[in-house]
Design a protein around this ligand. Structure first.
Ligand code: SF4
Length: 300
C-alpha cells in the first residue's frame, strides 16, 4: 500500500470548512428533536460539509454501544431503554431536512433479544410513510449473527442494506474485538439471499490501520463472494486519545487504485478516498425517476 507514515496530517487530509450557518441549523434541528447522529458521535471529519448540505446520518437505539471497538468514538456502557417515539422523530427530522436519501444507523445492542431489528424496521416504515419520495439506506450492526431478524428490515423497504466489515480479518482482534469477520460476511450474504435484486448490499472498510493492499483486495473478493454490490473505503482517523493510532496515511493514488480494482472485481459501485465514509455522499448510489414520480428503488 502506498502510504505516508508521519504524525501530521498530509495535505490531502486538510479540508476547508464551509462558513455559512447551515451546519449549525442542522445540528439545532436534530438537537430539538432529541436525535443523535453518527456524524457527531463518531467525530466524522465530514460533519461540517454534510451538515451544511442538510445531510446527517441518524444514530438510533441510543448513544451507548454494547461493543468496545477500538476505532470508534461512540460511547459504551449501559444502554438506555429503546425509545418508542424515536421512529416518529427520525421521520420528522428527515422531513424537515428535506432529505431525499436517508441513511440510518445504530449502535450495537447485544442486550436486546433481536439486536434492535424491530426498531430499525419501525424507523424505516415511519420514514417512508411520512416521506414518500425519500429512499432509505440502513447501516446495521451484525445482530450477533441473528440472520432471522433481517427479513423484517428488508420488507420495510430500504433501497440499500449496509453492514461494514470495517477492517481486514487479521486486525479484528485489535480493532473490533467483539466482532467476527465471518459473521459479518454471513449477514451480507443472508441479506443478498433474502432481498430482491433491486435492494443493493453495501459494505465498507477503513485503511491506515496496518493492513496490506493484498489483504484489502482479499476482503473485496470475500465481499463479492457473498454478493455485495457496493464497497466504500476511507482513511482511518483516530477519533479520541484512547482510540487506536493511525498506522499510515494512504495516498489518494492508492485509493484510486483500490476503486479501479473493486470495479474490475464486479462491484456495481465503489467509492474509495481519504474522506470516504460509508454514508458519505451516499445518495450517489441511488438512481431516481424524473420529478413527480416516486423514488426509484434500485441503482441501474
Ligand atoms: S460522511 Fe456520513 S457520518 Fe460523516 S458527516 Fe457525512 S453523513 Fe455524517
Amino acid at each position: 500500500m502506498t502510504a505516508v507514515h508521519c504524525k501530521r496530517f498530509p495535505n490531502w487530509l486538510k479540508k476547508t470548512l464551509p462558513s455559512d450557518g447551515a451546519a449549525v441549523e442542522t445540528a439545532r434541528l436534530l438537537e430539538r428533536l432529541g436525535l443523535a447522529t453518527i456524524c457527531q458521535s463518531a467525530k466524522c471529519p465530514n460533519i461540517w460539509e454534510c451538515f451544511s448540505r442538510r445531510i446527517a446520518t441518524i444514530l438510533i437505539l441510543g448513544r451507548q454501544c454494547t461493543r468496545k471497538c477500538r476505532f470508534c468514538a461512540v460511547g459504551d456502557g449501559m444502554p438506555a431503554a429503546v425509545d418508542e417515539d424515536e421512529p416518529r422523530r427520525v421521520a420528522e427530522a428527515i422531513r424537515q431536512l428535506g432529505l431525499r436519501h436517508a441513511v440510518i444507523t445504530s449502535v450495537t445492542r447485544d442486550d436486546l433479544p433481536d439486536g434492535g431489528a424491530a426498531h430499525f424496521t419501525k424507523v424505516v416504515e415511519e420514514i417512508l410513510s411520512v416521506n414518500g419520495a425519500t429512499t432509505v439506506e440502513v447501516l446495521t450492526p451484525d445482530f450477533a449473527g441473528r440472520t432471522d431478524v433481517l427479513r423484517q428490515i428488508i420488507e420495510a423497504g430500504p433501497v440499500i442494506f449496509g453492514h461494514n466489515v470495517e477492517t481486514v480479518p487479521r486486525l479484528y482482534s485489535q480493532v473490533r474485538p467483539g466482532a467476527d469477520y465471518s459473521r459479518s460476511l454471513r449477514l451480507l450474504e443472508a441479506v443478498r439471499e433474502l432481498a430482491p435484486p433491486s435492494l443493493l448490499t453495501k459494505s465498507g472498510l477503513m485503511v491506515g490501520l496496518g493492513e496490506t493492499l493484498n489483504e484489502v483486495l482479499d476482503v473485496f473478493r470475500d465481499l463479492r463472494r457473498v454478493g455485495c454490490d457496493i464497497v466504500t473505503v476511507g482513511q482511518y482517523l483516530q477519533p479520541t486519545a484512547e482510540s487506536l493510532p493511525v498506522n499510515e496515511f494512504v495516498t489518494p493514488d492508492t485509493f484510486q487504485e483500490l476503486e479501479k480494482k473493486a470495479l474490475e472485481m464486479g462491484f456495481r459501485a465503489a467509492f474509495c478516498g481519504p474522506f470516504v465514509r460509508s454514508s458519505y455522499l451516499a445518495d450517489r448510489f441511488v438512481v431516481r425517476r424524473s420529478a413527480g414520480e416516486s423514488a426509484e428503488r434500485t441503482m441501474n
